[in-house]
Ligand binder design. Structure first.
Ligand code: NAD
Ligand code: ZN
Length: 352
């Protein structure tokens, strides 16, 4: 089968591979709609998780089941399914402890385009199909539903990690697609003032649609000062980080956070050896400013719940799709768009 792959750090291309084998609990799926992720860019061009050779990229897909293993109960060939980016081994001890995303080791629930072939192939393998696939509900736009694989659950997980509560003042740093979904998630969770830090007009406009009350443009001065000015010098209760760097963003987040506040980071820190934390602003280590960083949990139940937010009209992640391609061969173009990030891009999708 054909697939678009990471050939090595900084190198991508089309390759031919044997089709994957289907184990008794597994499924083989062909992609119907896929989207590239900024994480693919960190992986290939920053070598952020180490070198990979001839590994098919991609972890965001809606697909059609082609084959199921003998023990799969709830899916059959022909079913249209949402495929989460994170597909844990649900029997692992880490999953039993509540950390499915780390089943089998840190970040090991993230399999596609990390240590097995991803969804940019003619076929891909899904482990534990009953636990990791969700049926695509009737009437849901396939392209929009691809956002359920990663953008929606990751943005929402940032909100969970920050533990946003009714009435909280919240700041979301970075309003690419992940940050935009964090804005939407924080609004659904009852944020009051909801500050979205970004500079691109299309992202800012969409952030407002998803519930941001204020746009903080980092090109118009220090974002911490802007937030302090808008909160009578008090800062915010919660921060979600979905953009920026290990060097600067945590400094800003900690400085703008009230004592007792929480930071939820879902940004993939692709480079640098250390994350910088400001000592005094962190209360000399005693400020009760909690930093939580995580990979989204994945799995079927989460996909079904988030899909029902779309079916009921409470969330429309399809508004983020700025570029639509038709045809398998456009996966390359879509990925390169994600790398080059033209100003009008929020998220591309490829319909196959
Ligand atoms: P993106 O690049 O489209 O968006 C990031 C945004 O942050 C951009 O708009 C950029 O302009 C902005 N930004 C950069 N520097 C900033 C700064 N100093 N202050 C404020 N904003 C700044 O990326 P995305 O697709 O939205 O993904 C966001 C991050 O989440 C990426 O690092 C991605 O790899 C990661 N990610 C994590 C998970 C997970 O499970 N934890 C899953 C998917 C993606
Ligand atoms: Zn991703």
């Amino acid at each position: 089968m054909k697939g678009f792959a990471m050939l090595g750090i900084g190198k991508v291309g089309w390759i031919e591979k044997d089709a994957p084998a289907c184990g008794p609990l597994d499924a083989l799926v062909k992609p119907l709609a896929v989207s590239p992720c900024t994480s693919d860019i960190h992986t290939v061009w920053e070598g952020a998780i180490g070198d990979r050779h001839d590994m098919i990229l991609g972890h965001e897909a809606v697909g059609e089941v082609v084959e199921v293993g003998s023990l799969v109960k709830d899916f059959k060939p022909g079913d249209k399914v949402i495929v989460p980016a994170i597909t844990p081994d649900w029997g692992a001890l880490e999953s039993q402890a509540g950390y499915s995303m780390h089943s089998g080791g840190m970040l090991a629930g993230w399999k596609f385009s990390n240590f097995k072939d991803g969804v940019f192939g003619e076929l891909f393998h899904v482990n534990e199909a009953d636990a990791n696939l969700a049926l695509l509900p009737d009437g849901l736009d396939m392209a929009a539903a691809v956002m359920l694989s990663d953008m929606v659950p990751t943005g929402f997980h940032g909100v969970e990690l920050a533990d946003v509560q009714f009435g909280d003042d919240v700041c979301v740093i970075g309003i690419g697609p992940v940050g935009l979904m964090a804005v939407a998630g924080a609004a659904l969770r009852g944020a009051s003032h909801l500050f979205a830090v970004g500079s691109r007009p299309n992202c800012a406009a969409l952030a407002r649609e998803y519930g941001a009350t204020d746009i903080i443009n980092y090109r118009e001065g220090d974002i911490v000062q802007q937030i302090l000015d808008k909160t009578h010098g008090k800062g915010v209760d919660k921060v979600v980080i979905a953009g920026g760097t290990a060097e600067d963003t945590f400094v800003q987040a900690i400085t703008m956070l009230k004592p007792g506040g929480r930071i939820g980071n879902v940004n993939y820190l692709g480079s640098g050896d250390y994350v910088r934390i400001p000592r005094v602003e962190w209360g000399c280590g005693m400020g009760h400013k909690i930093i939580a960083g995580g990979l989204m949990p994945g799995g079927r139940r989460r996909m079904e719940k988030l899909a029902s937010l779309m079916s009921t009209g409470r969330l429309d992640p399809g508004k983020m799709l700025t570029h639509r391609f038709q045809g398998f061969e456009h996966m390359e173009e879509a990925l390169m768009l994600m790398k080059d990030k033209p100003r009008d891009l929020i998220k591309p999708v490829v319909i196959i």
